[in-house]
Unconditional design. Structure first.
Length: 500
């Protein structure tokens, strides 16, 4: 499923209208009808519905929605919140259709608040992708009034006040319980600051000529994508067919991280996993992971040091989990960056003082898996910049350093060195705990060794990790008590949902 910016959406509309010959009014009719159909899940026959209509085409959709609901016998009050002369083009056409169907709308805004207080459902068709900057009156007052009502709040395309794209503006917007998105999700549905305004969202098809539309290089990675792309275990496979991987990390006082990464990699189908860690950590880790083999690293004061060991013969390497930030570890990291020819994943403390020039110089794939704080440090920007502009900063960074970047968060954005982006929305706040990232690194390492497409491998890994947290918090745990180790032990159920 493509993710669009406002500009890309306008281009799709242009192609539909100018090249495919679908009229704007026709598109608005199908959009309004498709949105109504979707919204009916949230509307009961006895509900009093208020439809709020603005000046642009989002408002035009609102006239179609109001007419469709009225035609079907629902109780609807329709409010155009701008003066008549502001409504133009296709929206004006649909207002005329609304009126010629025998329906009336109100514009006396003094009476709006009591209506909002009385109603059961508020449909927001005030502003869509055309919003610019902070809300002006009367929108800001109406949004404030709507947001405090007990009524269910449903938004058309996107909640009024939420921009479609990345933005630095403060957000004052309609707080939807659910949003019916037209044709394709907009970037803001995945951004930390704007995503909560959407509530639960769904996408409706509106009759755009899908095969003629310019492709975007940004997509949501869905369960169907995972089903198609997950590696299949052939009946006659042997352990070598599924990857021989090594996880390098851990320190005397942090032996747990590397154990979790290794265990997650094994649970995710790796053929063989070697744990490379400081000698002093091996006795505490080994009893818990008998399936792994071990490689001792030289240590100084409990931290790994010395040269990189011989890592030829491995199909994948993950570096950094629990390795600590001791300056003496740097030589080991530099050796790994220089010598490893297999795909190399770097996470956690491995990202702390990462020599980016050396990363750029690598001829083989490098995957970096930062959370926003780690990425801000790597890209030399503030965390609030990362939160506001994760798509563009990720793309810029991945292209500049030639890396696969997995920027973690409630929506995880995976970017290839040529700028293609996949977004994983699985997971929940149960994962906001120490150790979740270590588990993810293990799952990703296993996936990287079992498929030719690194992008698909990374997206599959993120999805498996996140959807395991989702099913565990439904069936067995709460978001409060869920631990990283629970996620590892929950992976088998996730895999089983894909294996039949
Ligand atoms: N054929 C199509 O294109 C289709 C489009 N579709 C639908 O159209 C929607 C996009 O429509 P759109 O481009 O008309 O923009 P939209 O968001 O309705 O409003 C623009 C108006 O808002 C105003 N305004 C802006 N910022 C403001 C602010 N801060 N505070 C207050 N006012 C502000 C702005 O005023 P201006 O700044 O120009 O004075 C202008 O009057 C899209 O989301 C989808 O729902 C579907 O029907 C499918 C077919
Ligand atoms: N609120 C959330 N919703 C969905 N996923 C989340 C949420 N919080 C964290 N995660 C996921 O949990 C993992 C946390 O990784 P990271 O921050 O590196 O954890 P740690 O450093 O504690 O191991 C990432 O995969 C991230 O996407
Ligand atoms: K809207």
């Amino acid at each position: 499923m493509d993710i669009v910016t406002a500009q890309e959406m306008y281009e799709w509309d242009r192609v539909a209208i100018e090249e495919a010959g679908i009229t704007g009014a026709m598109l608005m009719e199908s959009a309004g009808r498709a949105v109504t159909e979707d919204m009916l899940r949230h509307i009961k026959g006895s509900d009093q519905v208020v439809v709020l209509i603005g000046a642009g085409n989002n408002g035009g959709d609102g006239f179609v929605i109001a007419r469709t609901l009225l035609n079907r016998g629902y109780n609807v009050e329709t409010w155009q919140v701008v003066s008549d002369d502001k409504v133009r083009g296709d929206a004006k056409t649909h207002r005329a259709l609304f009126q010629s169907s025998g329906y009336t709308y109100r514009t006396d805004l003094d009476g709006l608040e009591p209506s909002l207080e009385r109603c059961d459902v508020i449909i927001d068709a005030m502003l869509g992708i055309g919003v610019k900057g902070n809300l002006r009156e009367p929108f800001s007052t109406i949004v404030r009034q709507a947001n405090v009502q007990r009524a269910r709040r449903l938004a058309v395309d996107l909640p009024t006040g939420v921009p479609a794209d990345e933005s630095d503006d403060d957000i004052d917007a309609f707080r939807a319980d659910a949003t019916t998105v037209i044709a394709a999700p907009k970037m803001s549905a995945f951004l930390e600051r704007t995503r909560p305004f959407y509530g639960e969202w769904s996408v409706v098809e509106i009759g755009l000529p899908v095969n003629e539309l310019p492709k975007t290089d940004r997509k949501v990675w869905t369960r169907e994508d995972v089903k198609r792309a997950l590696p299949i275990r052939e009946a006659n496979s042997h352990k070598g067919s599924h990857g021989k991987g090594v996880v390098i990390g851990g320190s005397k006082h942090m032996p747990g991280s590397i154990a979790m990464s290794a265990r997650a990699a094994l649970r995710s189908g790796s053929g063989l996993i070697t744990i490379a860690t400081v000698d002093s950590a091996i006795p505490s880790v080994a009893p818990f992971i008998q399936e792994a083999t071990y490689m001792g690293l030289e240590e100084n004061d409990g931290f790994a040091t010395g040269q990189a060991p011989d890592l030829s013969g491995f199909d994948g390497v993950a570096f950094g989990m629990g390795i600590g930030r001791d300056p003496d570890t740097r030589g080991l990291l530099e050796g790994v960056l220089e010598k490893v020819e297999a795909p190399l994943l770097i996470d956690a403390d491995g990202l702390y003082e990462l020599p980016l020039d050396q990363v750029r110089a690598r001829r083989n794939p490098t995957v970096l898996t930062p959370h926003p704080g780690e990425f801000a440090r790597l890209a030399e920007v503030s965390i609030s910049d990362v939160i506001a502009h994760p798509f563009s900063l990720s793309r810029q960074f991945a292209k500049e350093y030639g890396v696969y970047l997995v920027l973690k968060g409630p929506s995880t954005i995976i970017t290839s060195p040529d700028g293609e982006q996949l977004v994983d929305t699985s997971g929940n706040a149960g994962l906001a705990k120490g150790g979740s990232g270590d588990v993810l690194s293990g799952v990703l390492l296993a996936m990287m060794m079992q498929t030719d497409s690194l992008m698909e491998a990374l997206a599959n890994g993120c999805f498996l990790h996140g959807s395991t947290a989702e099913h565990l918090t439904v069936e067995k745990h709460s978001m409060t008590d869920l631990l990283a180790n629970d996620v590892i032990e929950g992976l088998p159920v996730t895999f089983r949902t894909f294996s039949c």
